[in-house]
Structures are given as structure tokens and as C-alpha cells.
Design a protein around this ligand. Structure first.
Ligand code: DGJ
Length: 698
């Protein structure tokens, strides 16, 4: 069965993926009618839907939300609710009147394109649909076929209409710097929930991701979810009509946006992905993880290395001897990748200078990075460095040579943030320079990995000062172009995405990087809720987590090594402490944790994850089942055990009830049924108690 079927008798399309169906049809008037998004349907059902005029189409009920009737709600006429497209023509007209002119199913049968053209102006919108396992990808191409410019005031990727439910609850990932991705759940009332970033990066305040259900639980209930693959300013609005019908629009934020389309030009929006999960929030998370693993994140078939990162150990004081000492100890612990963070390049003694000049500090590294990289390789680890390519320090050779390469208004002060300006990646010459500079860096020494950071927002969006259109769009396209060209030049280099922690962790950047640094917060307790939110939407094989020193850098909290390791072992284990100060006992315990992690990492990174918290609310627990089902790893954390409680019972999910599982540490045997229906008893005593139980299926 092809994923996309054209039901030619009614000119309708049925798109079917893993567990979902999506249906639309071209009406005799040339409108593109929305029919269904949700559980599976058969072709015969589509005919019934077409005959079911719910009062949406061609009727006088003009206050009904149009997204339930039309696939593309474009500003004009009676479309007065949340529209997805608004343009201004050269004569000042700002209304659209679009009709379907053609449609095509892609050669592999998993893609559909429907072209709508304006009835008066030479302007077209192509709606694209692509089935990707349990996800449907959608995006739109806007085409100016005329000989005068058109300005896009709003060009979202798509609207998603959800079937009627008696009430709606929304789940999203909200937060702030050092407290990103907190799971947030609220009932929706009539009106609009708007999640957005206006910062030029996705930001720390929310992820471009939203889930909606009518009261679903972990294991039951339908959930609809939408995400946007865009690493700049974004907007996601869920509009609930008083009659219980909900739709979600998402795309590049139209805040301060005016994107010109020159005669003959076109622009393609970022992809929005929609996931329908019939069986609750566990199913939802499984589907997002599977989508990222199979269709988004590069090298998703390879286990991620254990990382050492120098940031919290040496900050800006990067010298080869101390880095080498850290590297020796990191290798002794079992680390496989050693990354020198900020501070290795010329002029970088503190945050006031140096960004933009990606050459090693000549005093510390007179022979460049190669000698250190060679030593790290000799220790059996790969070697990586930190960069912040989009920023530039005013005190840098790059800025002195090209003061015009930043976003700025000629008559206004420039906003410094973390002592940098933002390079205008909307400009082709700036993009070319960055590719050249980073290529030179990667060619100067055997560098295997980059940590790509950005520590400031886009402030002076100086549109019109170059020819590249809106810089809200041009910057992100420049960022993608530089990343793509660099990856093509150096296909073996792995890249970590970071923006002051989790400021850039969307599907767009995840399609170009191997993993994300989800937060600067390395307090292992704070980290638990950040990681739980991150892994709600993203696969754990993209979630880096470091074990740092105690007391922790940002919170000054003292946490035992065991808890710190266990917390970091629930994602990609990294180590970020100053190993020069670790006691022999801590180094030897650390080596044991790393070895234990390597035994379970394929399960953690690529397995099925279950959030197990819920019983006592001061316990956080998470379980992972390996893809084969042979191994289960369960982590439990209690910051402070109360009420004379010494154990908790964790009811596991997703095991084989008939199988027998053996505790690798104690040899205790339990059936899957017992572990799921009664629970796994885990001892947790004292403060910062944590436990890792590894179960092997016999
Ligand atoms: C912000 C990042 O999130 C940190 O991990 C570190 O790389 C610093 N930048 C370095 O300046």
C-alpha cells in the first residue's frame, strides 16, 4: 500500500503512515478541503467524509474556524481567524484568493504536492506532505511568478486541524536559561495559546513543540503533536473555538517579518512535523524518538561516545599542560572524546575578546592544536573543540577587518550580548568566510568534533541593508548553509548543538548535528526535570549530560558522585568536572560508572524510554528497554527520602509479561508481569539517594 493514495473519483488524497491517516480533497470549486488527521482510515471513509458537510464549507457559518475546512487558510475574504499566509502585492493588495491548479504524488509514493495559484495574481503556494513512519511532514513553497515583488508578511509552514474533542489539554516544554524544557501541562480554554521565540534562535523559554489531548494518560488516549524544524524565531499557536474544535498553526515567527520575494523567486518554509499517537504519552514519546532516529538526526545508527568537556574545569584558562592532564585522567575514566571548550583561541583570556578569530592562541599553542590533538588520540580518545562561529567580539581581528559584517542599524547603538555582536549570516560573503575559517581550523589539526555554540540573540534585524530579505530568515538559512557545507567538507566530524545550553535544540538543527547540550545547568538534581522534558520530545541519543564537580557551578549545591553519575547516565554520559581535583577514590568510582554506562548505553540511547515517576512525588524514575527487549535499565532518584520510607515500588511498563528478568547485581529473578503489575522494589535511603537497576531477560 503506497503511503499516499490519490482517490481519483473524488479527487481526494489519503495519506497513511504508521498508526495515522491524513485526508484532504480538491473540491469542484478548486478549494483544498481538509478532511481528517488522526487514527487510520480506509479509502471508503474518505468518501463519507466528503459527503459530510459539517457546516464548514460553502455555508453561511462564517465564524467557524477555517482551518477545519481548508488546508491552507490564506488571509483574504472571510478568513479572519488564525491564518497561515499573508502577502502584500506590489499594488498594495493584501488579500489572497487561491485555487488548486495541480497535484502530484512523488515517485516513491510517500510525498504529495498540491499547487494552488492566485485567481488574479501570478503567485502560487505549493503544499507539501511527506509520510515519515509515524510522522507526517508538511511544508509550503511560495512562488512569485510575476514581474513585480511580493512581500511575505506571514508564511507559516502549515495549519494542523484536530478532530473535535470534548475538552483539550496541552503539554509543552517551557523554561528559561539553566532550567529549560520543564514539562508544562494545562487545560485549554477557548482562545489562543501562543508559544514563540522572537530571539532569532529557538530560545530557552519554550521548545517549538506542542502536544494536545483530551485527557490522555501515559498508556492510553489519543495525542496529537506538532513540532517545527526551524532554528530561528518561531511561532506555534493553538486556537480553540468555543465549539471544541482546535487547530494549530506553526512556522517562522511573523514578528517583525517582511520577507520580499523578487520576481521569479520562491521561498520554502521549514518543515513542520505532526505526530498522532493513539495510545497515550508513552506512545507519543516513542513516536518522536523513532522519527528523530530514522529520519532526522545524522549517524543515528552509531552509539555516542563518552565525552569529556573542559568548560567547568578550566573555563578560559586553557593551557596545553592542564588540558593534557585532564585528558589523561579522562582517558583513565573511559572517556572516548575529549573536547576543549571556550578559551583555546587567540585573544580569549575572558569573555571580552577573541570570538571570530578561530586560530589557536599562539602563546599556549605555538604549534597549533595538532600536538594536543595527537596526544589525545594517543590516549585513545577523539579530539574536539568549541566554537561560536556566528558571533564576533568587537575586540577581534575579524571585527577590525570587517566592522560592516554584523547586523546593525546605522543610526542606532549596537546591542552587545555576552560581549559579542552577531555576524550577518544573511550575507553570502560572511557565510563564505565562515566556511573558509572553519575549514581551515578543521584542516589544521586532526579535529574530530565541534561544539557549536551561540550565546546571544539576534537584536538588530537590519532588513533592507542587504539583499537577502528578512534577516530573521536569512540568518537561519546562513547558519544551515555553513553547517551543511562544513559537514560536506568534513564528513567525519561530529557536531554538538549548543546555544547557552538548550537555546537551540529544534528538529532543524538536530538534522545537522549529532547531539545537543540541553542546558548549562549541571546540578544533577535540577537536571532531572530538564532531561525529563527534553526526552519527552527528543531521543536520548541527542541529550548530552555531564558529571561535574560538587558543589555545582551554578547552584552551589553539594551532591554525591553516585547521584551525579546516575543523573548523567540517563542520556549521553559526559564528564565535565575538574579531574585534577578528583580523589583517587572518586576517579576509581567514576571509572566503574563509565564502564557500567557502556554496558547499558545502547539501551539508554536507542531503547524505549518510560517515565516512571508518579508514585511518591519526590521520586523521579525512568526506565529504558533495549530495542531487542533483552536488557532493561531503571534509574530512580530521591533528593531527600521522607516518612521512614526506605524503598519505592516502580511499576515498569513495556516488558514481556511472560519473560523472566534477572537483576544483574543481585541475581534476583522476577517475571515481566510482576515488574509491571506489582512493581520493581528499589531501595532509596537518605539524601540524594539514587539507584540503577539493570535487568537482563533470560
Ligand atoms: C555556553 C555553553 O552552554 C557552555 O557549555 C560553554 O560552552 C560556554 N558557553 C563557553 O563560553
Amino acid at each position: 500500500m503506497p503511503a499516499v493514495e490519490h482517490l481519483t473519483d473524488r479527487n481526494a488524497f489519503l495519506l497513511r503512515g504508521d498508526g495515522f491517516a491524513y485526508a484532504l480533497a480538491v473540491t469542484p470549486d478548486g478549494d483544498l478541503r481538509h478532511l481528517h488527521w488522526g487514527g487510520p482510515l480506509e479509502p471508503a471513509d474518505v468518501a463519507v467524509l466528503l459527503d459530510d458537510d459539517a457546516g464548514d464549507f460553502g455555508s453561511n457559518t462564517w465564524s467557524n474556524p477555517r482551518a477545519h475546512a481548508e488546508e491552507l487558510v490564506a488571509h483574504g475574504g472571510r478568513r479572519l481567524d488564525e491564518t497561515a499566509l499573508k502577502v502584500e502585492f506590489a499594488d498594495g493588495v493584501r488579500a489572497l484568493d487561491l485555487a488548486v491548479v495541480s497535484s502530484a504524488v512523488g515517485p516513491d509514493g510517500d510525498e504529495l504536492t498540491v499547487r494552488l495559484a492566485d485567481r488574479h495574481y501570478p503567485f502560487a503556494a505549493e503544499l507539501h506532505y511527506r509520510v515519515r513512519g509515524g510522522a507526517l511532514e508538511r511544508w509550503t513553497t511560495l512562488v512569485n511568478d510575476g514581474d513585480t515583488p511580493v512581500v511575505l508578511d506571514r508564511a507559516y509552514s502549515a495549519s494542523w486541524a484536530l478532530p473535535w474533542q470534548p475538552h483539550w489539554e496541552a503539554t509543552w516544554l517551557a523554561g528559561m536559561y539553566a532550567a529549560e524544557t520543564q514539562v508544562t501541562r494545562r487545560a485549554l480554554g477557548p482562545g489562543r495559546l501562543v508559544l514563540e521565540s522572537r530571539r532569532g534562535i529557538p530560545g530557552h523559554a519554550a521548545q517549538p513543540w506542542l502536544a494536545l489531548d483530551a485527557g490522555a494518560g501515559d498508556e492510553a488516549g489519543a495525542v496529537w503533536s506538532v513540532a517545527l524544524a526551524w532554528s530561528g524565531s518561531w511561532r506555534l499557536a493553538a486556537e480553540l473555538a468555543a465549539d471544541g474544535r482546535l487547530h494549530v498553526t506553526t512556522g517562522v515567527n511573523d514578528f517583525d517579518l517582511q520577507h520580499p520575494l523578487a520576481p521569479g523567486a520562491s521561498w520554502t518554509t521549514p518543515v513542520t512535523a505532526g505526530v498522532f499517537a493513539p495510545a497515550g504519552h508513552d506512545d507519543l514519546t516513542d513516536r518522536w524518538h523513532a522519527y528523530e532516529r530514522r529520519h532526522v538526526v545524522p549517524r543515528s545508527d552509531v552509539v555516542r561516545p563518552v565525552l569529556y568537556n573542559s568548560w567547568e574545569a578550566t573555563f578560559f584558562d586553557v593551557r596545553p599542560e592542564s588540558q593534557l592532564e585532564l585528558a589523561r585522567r579522562a582517558a583513565g575514566l573511559g572517556a572516548e572524546l575529549f573536547v576543549v571548550d571556550d578559551g583555546w583561541f587567540a585573544g580569549r583570556d575572558d569573555e571580552n575578546a577573541g570570538i571570530g578569530d578561530w586560530t589557536p592562541d599562539p602563546t599556549a599553542f605555538p604549534g597549533g592544536l595538532k600536538p594536543l590533538a595527537d596526544e589525545v588520540h594517543a590516549l585513545g580518545m577523539r579530539f574536539g573543540v568549541w566554537v561560536e562561529p556566528e558571533a564576533v567580539s568587537p575586540d577581534s581581528d575579524l571585527f577590525r577587518a570587517h566592522p560592516d559584517w554584523i547586523y546593525q542599524w546605522p543610526t542606532r547603538p549596537r546591542t552587545l550580548a555576552r560581549q559579542t555582536h552577531l555576524l550577518a549570516l544573511s550575507r553570502p560573503d560572511v557565510r563564505a568566510h565562515l566556511v573558509e575559517a572553519l575549514d581551515a581550523l578543521l584542516s589544521s589539526a586532526p579535529v574530530d568534533a565541534l561544539k557549536w555554540d551561540l550565546n546571544r540573540p539576534l537584536t538588530e534585524a537590519s532588513d533592507g541593508l542587504d539583499e537577502a530579505g528578512s534577516v530573521w530568515i536569512g540568518h537561519v538559512e546562513g547558519f544551515y548553509e555553513v553547517l551543511d557545507r562544513l559537514r560536506a567538507l568534513h564528513p567525519d566530524v561530529w557536531i554538538e548543538s549548543c546555544a547557552s545550553g538548550g537555546g537551540r535544540a529544534d528538529l532543524g538543527v538536530l538534522s545537522r548535528t549529532e547531539w545537543v547540550w540541553p542546558s548549562d545547568q549541571t546540578d544533577a538534581l535540577e537536571r532531572l526535570s530538564i532531561q525529563q522534558g527534553y526526552a519527552y520530545a527528543h531521543s536520548p541519543h541527542t541529550m548530552m549530560a555531564w558529571v561535574t564537580d560538587s558543589p555545582t557551578y551554578l547552584t552551589k549545591r553539594e551532591i554525591p558522585l553516585r547521584f551525579r553519575f546516575h543523573s548523567a547516565m540517563t542520556g549521553l554520559l559526559g564528564i565535565g568536572g575538574n579531574l585534577a581535583h578528583w580523589s583517587p577514590a572518586d576517579l576509581s568510582a567514576g571509572a566503574e560508572y563509565v564502564a557500567q554506562y557502556k554496558r547499558i548505553r545502547a539501551t539508554v540511547q536507542y531503547g524505549t524510554m518510560r517515565r516512571l515517576s508518579g508514585a511518591p512525588d519526590d521520586v523521579t524514575a525512568v526506565g529504558y528497554r533495549s530495542p531487542s527487549g533483552d536488557q532493561v535499565a531503571v534509574f530512580a532518584f530521591a533528593p531527600s527520602v521522607r516518612h521512614l520510607r526506605r524503598t519505592v515500588l516502580l511499576r515498569l511498563r513495556g516488558l514481556d509479561p511472560a519473560a523472566v528478568y534477572v537483576d544483574a547485581a543481585t541475581g534476583a529473578r522476577s517475571s515481566g508481569a510482576l515488574l509491571m503489575h506489582h512493581g520493581l522494589r528499589v531501595g532509596l535511603v537518605g539524601d540524594y539517594a539514587s539507584e540503577l537497576v539493570i535487568l537482563d531477560r533470560t
